[in-house]
Design a protein around this ligand. Sequence first.
Ligand SMILES: *[C@@H]1O[C@H](CO)[C@@H](O)[C@H](O)[C@H]1NC(C)=O
Ligand SMILES: *[C@@H]1O[C@H](CO)[C@@H](O)[C@H](O)[C@H]1NC(C)=O
Length: 163
Amino acid sequence: MLKLYAMFLSLVFLAELVAGISGFVFRHEIKDTFLRTYTEAIQNYNGNDEKSRAVDDVQQSLSCCGVQNYTNWNTSPYFNEHGIPPSCCMNSSDCNSMDLRNMTIAPTKINQKGCYDLVTSFMETNMGIIAGVAFGIAFSQLIGMLLACCLSRFITANQYEMV
Ligand SMILES: *[C@@H]1O[C@H](CO)[C@@H](O)[C@H](O)[C@H]1NC(C)=O
Ligand SMILES: *[C@@H]1O[C@H](CO)[C@@H](O)[C@H](O)[C@H]1NC(C)=O
């Protein structure tokens, strides 16, 4: 019984270790991918295609602008022609295309936070929940397996006793 308990504990420890390491690698991978994709999407932004609309969606729904902040837009081809995209505006009814071109006015009318920090912190918050649920399921399966194994042993042992 003590042996079984020790085995159980080391299994739990192993499961935690694997979950911890893969979670870390996974998070790093997602953040890295987001950073690269978003930076690329800003450089290729044209305000029309699917990727541009995805950028607009993120900026509008999270009230953010650019990767680290709005200055990430300064190097994009879109900025040279149109200025900061309207999806960065704090208040869409008080944000015209002239304002978005003028870098004295624009910074006062657009979201100051960059999207990278917001997206990654949102992810971190929810990754904890996702990882917790996944671990909970794995853990209860493990307990189920152990119970099944011990129960069948117990029954087998008692059958011999009965005979
Ligand atoms: C947005 O700007 C309009 C026009 O200046 C103003 O009337 C409105 O109150 C602003 N809305 C918010 C939420 O600040
Ligand atoms: C930007 O706006 C300020 C304030 O209205 C104005 O003085 C300046 O000339 C504008 N700059 C450009 C490049 O239009």
